[in-house]
Design a protein around this ligand. Structure first.
Ligand code: DP6
Length: 321
């Protein structure tokens, strides 16, 4: 009746931006990400017959449970249960760190919810479940390098899967945090505005699968330079399509940090930027270069702090204390 799970955020190297037609929250384009170690969300789900509705607390604060309930309702249907649940989630990293706590959060929730309702541990089933609420979270079920296909307009299962384990590539992600404020516009809203209003959305839909293929090929070949170049191109193409619809996640420090990444690269160190639906810049580097690149980015005016993350494991159940 109670289960606890943990999961880690992921960063897309080939971006998901835009939804396939249909009700199932399937992506319009394939994506490929790396799951990060060291940053952890822990979520427990406890069924409680006295509750009239699901209750969610995140880091000790009561939060709106609408999306959590939509995920739990699917699990309750599968398990033949109606009991409401108390959901307690904690992140050991600040939600403003520029790393999507929603990805680790829904991944951990999917695993904990299935276990609390007596369903077996099954990362693929949990990935499809999480994807229906927030597509990027489907990738956090798995460790290392993970891909998620585009949807085909049907309601079929669409889980993510591992492409290569964490040890496959000697990669580090240097996160340059440019604000402590919560983000201006959610990715769901930003991508929906982009698809409705951007004159470049069609170009993004056409281009993104090619960049995903380049990222995938470079990853399998352990070619960090080709992977980084395709990842940076994917992020910039995604933002170009969004900006053309008036969806601007960049701040001044975002542009300055991006310029610094390009200067680092021009000086001979492999460093490639990626940016999600927020103003922070994440830089892909070799492990041996991570500290030097972190120091360079920390010195950029407007960069508040940096953190360095390595590829890490997928979601798992943890013993209840
Ligand atoms: C820029 O997964 O948050 O991080 O499915 O609407 O919840 P919903 O969107 P979400 O979008 C993530 C967008 C991104 C790119 C990525 O992670 O692939």
């Amino acid at each position: 009746m109670k289960a606890t799970a943990q999961a880690h955020p992921n960063i897309a190297l080939a971006k998901y931006w835009g939804k396939a037609p249909g009700p199932a929250n399937a992506p319009a384009v394939p994506s490929l990400s790396v799951t990060l170690a060291g940053l952890t969300t822990v979520t427990s789900v406890e069924l409680d017959r006295s509750l009239p509705a699901d209750r969610l607390t995140i880091n000790g604060r009561d939060e709106d449970a609408t999306r959590v309930t939509s995920l739990l309702d699917r699990v309750r249907r599968e398990a033949g249960e109606t009991t409401r649940a108390r959901i307690v989630t904690t992140n050991d990293f600040p939600t403003s760190a520029g790393l999507a706590s929603s990805a680790s959060g829904f991944a951990a929730l999917a695993v904990a919810a299935r276990a609390a309702l007596g369903l077996p541990f099954d990362p693929t089933r949990a990935s499809d479940l999480a994807r229906r609420t927030s597509a990027s979270s489907a990738r956090s079920l798995f460790g290392g390098f993970v891909e998620l296909d585009a949807g085909d307009g049907t309601d079929r299962d669409l889980p993510a899967r591992e492409v290569a384990p964490a040890e496959h590539l000697d990669l580090r992600v240097v996160v340059a945090v440019t604000t402590e404020a919560p983000k201006d516009e959610s990715s769901t809203s930003g991508m929906n505005t982009t698809s409705a209003h951007s004159p470049y959305y069609a170009a993004w839909l056409e281009h993104a699968p090619r960049l995903y293929e380049e990222v995938r090929r470079a990853l399998l070949a352990r070619d960090l330079d080709a992977l980084g170049a395709a990842a940076e191109a994917s992020a910039l193409a995604m933002h170009a399509s969004a900006i053309a619809a008036g969806v601007v996640y960049f701040r001044g420090a975002t542009v300055d940090a991006l310029a610094e990444v390009r200067r680092i690269r021009a000086s001979g160190t492999s460093a490639y930027a990626t940016i999600d639906a927020g103003p922070h810049v994440k830089t892909l580097v070799r492990a041996a270069d991570a500290q030097a690149v972190a120091a360079r980015l920390a010195a950029v005016p407007g960069v508040l702090r940096v953190l360095v993350a390595a590829p890490g494991p997928g979601a798992s159940l943890v013993a209840d204390r």
